[in-house]
Design a protein around this ligand. Structure first.
Ligand code: SF4
Length: 254
């Protein structure tokens, strides 16, 4: 294990697998650029009892190089949301739990008291709700707060888009319903006009037939007002003798 600091606060290193004499030839693997060696180092970490303490140490002391608790520098920097020089970055990649790998939505930020913190009485910390792992880091907490802000904004935006789509859909359905209603009413009106025209035509035919019969007899159609003149096709009128009340008695077939 790459121990860079004194033994104060590093009691957990006594149980470090990488500190065992039989693993001393692997120490260089923790800073190697060879994939196989890095893989072996990580494997050793995942069998180590103090993995949580180790990765927490790396996070809280900004260890930005090497493998700590099975996490390499990329993982550590992503968790801290910093670049290789320790400056805070925002690249759209938010921290995940460095211990169990839980995604950002499982992480919560909080402010904790530091009884012996000197001029710093509180510190920003992050806790994983999946495994309970916790570490102190202002940059991690800032990144996670940003994640939730962006997520809320995105959700609000999506909800607004969904509402807009629903409103459009509703308006479209209302328009379709109105068009269908207009079509039904137009169809009903057309049928009514046609029916009334047919009825009128039948009435006209019947009246024409009746008038023809009375015209043959030279009598006025019963019910006509005295002085009524039958209109002819050439625009002239035919004056018909006033009806006699007893006409139908004399000609029952009329
Ligand atoms: S987790 Fe890995 S680097 Fe950390 S003490 Fe254990 S073996 Fe060493």
């Amino acid at each position: 294990m790459p121990v860079k600091r004194g033994s104060g606060g590093l009691d957990w290193q006594q149980d470090a697998l990488c500190a065992l004499p039989e693993n001393q030839d692997m120490v260089e693997y923790f800073f190697s650029s060879e994939t196989d060696e890095r893989y072996e180092a990580k494997n050793l970490c995942f069998a180590c009892d103090v993995r949580a303490d180790c990765v927490r140490w790396a996070l809280e002391n900004n260890e930005l190089w090497g493998i700590w608790g099975g996490r390499d520098e990329q993982d550590i920097r992503r968790t801290l949301s910093v670049d290789s020089e320790g400056n805070e970055t925002r690249r759209g990649r938010f921290p995940q739990c460095p211990y169990c790998g839980a995604r950002t939505s499982r992480l919560r930020t909080k402010t904790i008291d530091i009884p012996n913190g000197g001029r710093w009485r509180t510190a920003r910390a992050v806790e994983c709700t999946s495994c309970g792992f916790q570490w102190q880091s202002r940059s991690s907490a800032n990144a996670i707060d940003l994640y939730y802000r962006e997520r809320d904004e995105k959700r609000q935006k999506n909800a607004a888009v969904r509402n807009k789509i629903a409103e459009k859909q509703e308006a479209r359905e209302a328009r379709i319903r109105a068009e269908e209603r207009e079509k039904r009413e137009a169809k009903r009106d057309k049928e009514r006009i046609k029916r009334e025209a047919e009825q009128q035509m039948q009435r006209d035919k019947a009246r024409a037939k009746k008038e023809k019969k009375y015209a043959k007899l030279g009598r006025q159609v019963p019910g006509r007002k005295p002085g009524w003149k039958k209109p002819l096709e050439d625009g002239q009128t035919l004056e018909i003798e006033p009806a006699r009340i007893d006409l139908e008695d004399e000609h029952p077939s009329i």
